[in-house]
Design a protein around this ligand. Sequence first.
Ligand SMILES: Nc1ncnc2c1ncn2[C@@H]1O[C@H](COP(=O)(O)OP(=O)(O)O)[C@@H](O)[C@H]1O
Ligand SMILES: CC(=O)OP(=O)(O)O
Ligand SMILES: [Mg+2]
Length: 400
Amino acid sequence: MSDILLVLNAGSSSIKFALYEAHTEPTQDHLICEGGIGSLGHCPHHKVVDRHGATVHEAYLPEGAGHDDAIAALIGWIEQRFPDQRIAAAGHRVVHGGDLFDAPAHIDAGVIEQLRSFIPLAPLHQPHSVAAIEALAKLHPKLPQVACFDTAFHHHLPPVATWFALPRELTAQGVRRYGFHGISYEYIASQLPTVAGQEIADGRVVVGHLGAGASMCAMHARKSIATSMGFTALDGLMMGSRTGVLDPGVVLYLLQQKGMTPDAISDLLYRQSGLLGVSSISDDMRTLLASDDPRAEEAIALFVYRIGRELGSLAAALGGLDALVFTAGIGERAPEIRRRVCAQAAWLGVVLDGHANANLSGAGRISSDESKVAVWVIPTDEDLMIACQVWRLVDGGRPA
Ligand SMILES: Nc1ncnc2c1ncn2[C@@H]1O[C@H](COP(=O)(O)OP(=O)(O)O)[C@@H](O)[C@H]1O
Ligand SMILES: CC(=O)OP(=O)(O)O
Ligand SMILES: [Mg+2]
């Protein structure tokens, strides 16, 4: 019997998973298959592809099936499909670890309670990771489970980069910037020396993780020194359906003058805003890029403008900029957005190679030779990063 590692990334309406061979520290070559169950609560769709993207399974779960049903279906499918393999350990993407976790952690009942305490700070993500952990523990009580945190990569931010200008009692209670997408940033940091070279890896780099959630991180020598997301994953850039940075006076106005409830405001800021709110069309960049509705163009213009403003701020925090890296769904697959961000960053000395940008697939440099700032696209791989973190912590499923 051989061992496999299970990686789970539970979102508000989907559970994504990946399986890796566990006989050695995993690389992309050890991916067995990946996929997920989407549209939970509606008409859940279970799809799995192999390492080359070929579909190996496709099915629908009964209408209304939720997270628990999805985990059960997923484990059932894995055990039936791979009867000779043992799940040695499971790693979960956990978005919020507050200041309690600076590294991956073995999950036990105490850790679950700690993770639960952060649910109000990450309502789109945290309840679903906790639900997935508990559902898996119910099915496999002895399975080692590991929490891998989005916040951990930013744990050693300089203190000044974490403070809000609030009374210090609140800062002491943990009301401060944490930063997210750290699993993705850690993966990009691990790739920088081989993809972009040691000089850039040792230098001042801003990484834009532009997906459904979007943030930027300033790295010096591959360490996070400033980042756009804050206490919650609402701050910073405009996102698919989240506002990003917003005058806090707007929240007071909605509460006090418009009579909105906290729940309604939460829904507005997390689910009804961003690309979706500004365009009134979609939260998906593909749809907006394909639309000739002027509202789609306005949403895209604001998305790019906000990235440009944040880039200036992070370059200031770094005292200059050696490289800019694009990653995640939009960063990897939307050359038009990269082109517009780079045009806006011309004042930093960014010069795009239009041909390279338009024709790139995978990782590569998209700036021209005369560009003062090297611009790269590096596809992120949060699943692989989690698999590596789990493998290192549990030594390939043999608990220390
Ligand atoms: N070819 C594409 N062109 C433009 N945007 C894309 C493309 N493919 C994906 N996207 C965008 O990327 C987003 C998803 O990014 P991803 O990093 O996969 O997000 P997440 O992991 O947070 O769900 C989609 O919502 C869509 O807006
Ligand atoms: C933290 C966060 O926003 O994550 P995602 O991009 O997966 O929504
Ligand atoms: Mg993501």
